[in-house]
Design a protein around this ligand. Sequence first.
Ligand SMILES: C[S@@+](CC[C@H](N)C(=O)[O-])C[C@H]1O[C@@H](n2cnc3c(N)ncnc32)[C@H](O)[C@@H]1O
Length: 222
Amino acid sequence: MSEQVKSRQRVQDHGEVFTNPREVNAMLDMVKQETGRIDSRFLEPACGNGNFIAEVLRRKLAVVAVRYRKSAGEYCRYAFVAVASIYGVDILADNVAECRERLLGIVKDEAHKVLKAAPDQQFIDAISYVLKKNILCGDALTMKDAAGEPITFAEWSVVTGDKVKRRDYLLSELLEGSGTKRGDQMGLFQSGWEYDEEIDGLIPSAVREYPLDNWWEVSRRG
Ligand SMILES: C[S@@+](CC[C@H](N)C(=O)[O-])C[C@H]1O[C@@H](n2cnc3c(N)ncnc32)[C@H](O)[C@@H]1O
């Protein structure tokens, strides 16, 4: 089997054929400006073992390194922001596990290179926790997870300094709302939706909000 195919059965059952690095890079180059923005949000709804989002992460971390390599604290904070804005879904649990491990490995290796020392455990724990919440096993068509529950994604926003606000949203509502502008008829009359300045569009209400936490303490919320 080639590196792009794990088994014939998986191709038949799930259309699993991985994209090679040359194609990944060519496609990401089409949105180069966004891949170079540390907090730009990416969602890959059939992420496999993470070929696209791993490269997005590498590109973002390269920017973090250039800007913040002189301060370990700043480097770790912005590396957290880079990871926290990347999302993935795959229907196969082994792909999800591989993808999380792969992204964590990239963060560890890059941090080690930039900081010239192994990153501390608190940083690794925070990154691992975010990856557990952002890279999910589920069906991107029904938008349900393996247990049949609606897929819920956490939004992580750095509010001030080291403080992070977490809000959880249903994927189905996020996708339904995307692209709806403030002045649109539908948006005006839709209840429970809020205008978001950053995207100049309407976003659904969060299904859950959390108190502010330091970014390295996000895992305390369970
Ligand atoms: C063509 S592969 C692409 C993987 C990866 N995006 C890449 O480019 O290397 C398709 C992936 O979609 C996953 N998949 C198939 N049906 C899915 C569904 N309904 N929801 C989520 N993932 C699905 C498969 O497990 C597989 O990993």
